[in-house]
Design a protein around this ligand. Sequence first.
Ligand SMILES: [Cu+2]
Length: 142
Amino acid sequence: MQTIRRDRILLSFFFVASFFIFGDADSTLHAQGPERVEVIIRNFAYEVQGGTLPPGVPATIVLRNLDRVEHGFVSPFFQEVDVQVESGGATTFGRGIKGVHLTPEKEIAIRFIPPRAGKFTFNCDIHPNMKGEVLLLSVGAA
Ligand SMILES: [Cu+2]
């Protein structure tokens, strides 16, 4: 009887310990912000990975350029929200930027709080047929 009980306690200890270990690793991965979408630029197209962003919640868009040419990321949305653009240790912030340019292999993070539901549309100012969008939707909204 006594042994079984001790095993159970030991087992639950490991369960809790692993929760902390993996919980910690997880929070490091998501330290960029609770809501996150990745946009990969590949073959002159935007690939959006991650779904929707809810209004009113801090959001991060991680942009990565896998092409061998420079691309742009321009959005009319930047005119109406405060954005933070993080790139290689430097952060640019403010309202009213037109967009950003990414050289090959470059990765940047764009942070903002979506003010309302709708569409966050973006395009490349260098290649006019490159377009993409991320939906801004509350969880459970149809
Ligand atoms: Cu482009």
